[in-house]
Design a protein around this ligand. Structure first.
Ligand code: NDP
Length: 335
């Protein structure tokens, strides 16, 4: 497909988008019809079948991460290719693709994505799974394969084991032969984390002491912490000598500035603050991660739990639910 194969008259006239008018709570969202985006060179226009809701969009909506308003959130979505710009050779019209690196917001009926950042969806994978997998799946993959590579038999702590990333992390860790300790806030969530395969599900109260009990006082070699402000201190306390704290999010708030000398006092610890972008640096990396995730799905070592699906007009409700800790698994939007 080196020439555009769908011409402007075939494209939709308008797209429906969710946009935040300004920084604020979920009430700043509105739904609007706007001129449909047209794919530039190397880009695909995708009709959204399902879009993923992720915590980062709450940081963008609320102003914790700076964006320009009005702002249409969403980097993750799956759907059918409606049109392609010049120089797209790897895809065809009608093909199903997914991405977590869209060029325009996926909280929308249509979005654009650079072809090199889109991935063909295997036939056996539904649109919902395809939209639910990339951001949380790639995150779990890079955390345990690249940020800190977990070996079989190792014991690690992951927080929020019933959450979207949490359930996938646990399953991938178990597939690797690791022992997983995880935290959850309610008995219902504890059951979900157990079902995902966690070996030890513990409440947040006094979790460092419980981790020491489980590990014969040694502590864990790594903590995967997406909760942030409320757990940071306890995560450091849970680590073995020379352990690694992987701080990958701030669901409870961002961690305040920190005295690096403390890492020495606690046993020569390491702290890193990764983000998905730094682990999808080229086609090779992208292909490796997606291929392994699709393989886990097809062999049954990974299943995706869709917590809730909302219409576009209820994007604000999805954010409210996510921020108020009411959700488990993945949240999707359906135009
Ligand atoms: P989750 O489904 O995990 O939802 C967040 C969970 O965090 C809640 O369900 C809750 O579980 C727990 N939590 C603990 N304290 C709070 C609090 N004060 N407010 C809200 N939630 C709290 O979300 P995601 O899977 O989408 O994301 C998890 C984390 O991973 C987020 O911090 C996100 O920013 C981060 N992330 C980072 C990426 C990266 O590349 N760095 C990429 C993707 C996600 P419980 O009630 O059991 O405590």
């Amino acid at each position: 497909m080196s020439e555009p194969t769908v011409y402007p008259e075939d494209l939709p006239d308008y797209a429906t988008v969710v946009r935040a008018r300004e920084a604020g709570g979920p009430e700043v969202f509105e739904v609007a019809d706007v001129t449909a985006p047209e794919p530039g060179p190397g880009q695909l226009l995708v009709r959204t079948a399902s879009a993923g809701v992720n915590f980062i969009e709450t940081y963008q909506r609320s102003g914790v991460y700076p964006v320009e308003y009005p702002f249409t959130p969403g980097a993750e979505g799956a759907g059918e290719i409606l049109a392609a710009g010049e120089d797209v050779e790897t895809f065809h019209i009608g093909q199903r693709v997914t991405t977590c690196e869209a060029a325009t917001g996926t909280y929308a009926s249509h979005f654009l994505v650079d072809a090199e950042k889109a991935v063909a969806v295997p036939d056996e994978i539904s649109d919902e799974q395809a939209a639910a997998l990339p951001l949380q799946g790639i995150t779990a993959h890079y955390l345990i394969s690249s940020t800190y590579r977990v070996s079989p038999g190792e014991t690690v702590l992951t927080h929020a084991g019933a959450g979207g990333v949490g359930q996938i992390l646990t399953q991938l860790l178990k597939a690797r032969g690791a022992r997983v300790i995880t935290t959850t806030s309610t008995p219902e969530k504890a059951k979900i984390a157990e079902d995902a395969g966690a070996d030890h599900v513990i409440p947040y109260e006094d979790f460092p002491a419980k981790v020491r009990q489980i590990t014969n006082s040694e502590g864990v070699s790594a903590v995967y912490d997406g909760v942030g402000k409320d757990t940071f201190e306890g995560s450091l306390e849970s680590l073995a000598v020379r352990g690694v704290l992987v701080l990958f999010g701030g669901a409870s708030g961002q961690v305040p500035p920190y005295d690096l000398q403390d890492l020495n006092r606690r046993g020569g610890l390491y702290v890193t603050r990764p983000a998905i972008h730094w682990y999808l640096q080229n086609a090779e990396e992208r292909t490796w991660r997606y291929t392994e995730l699709f393989h886990h799905l097809s062999e049954g070592t990974l299943s995706l739990s869709i917590g809730e699906t909302y219409p576009l007009a209820e994007a604000g409700q999805a954010h409210e639910d996510l921020e108020s800790r009411r959700t488990t698994g993945k949240l999707l939007l359906k135009p």
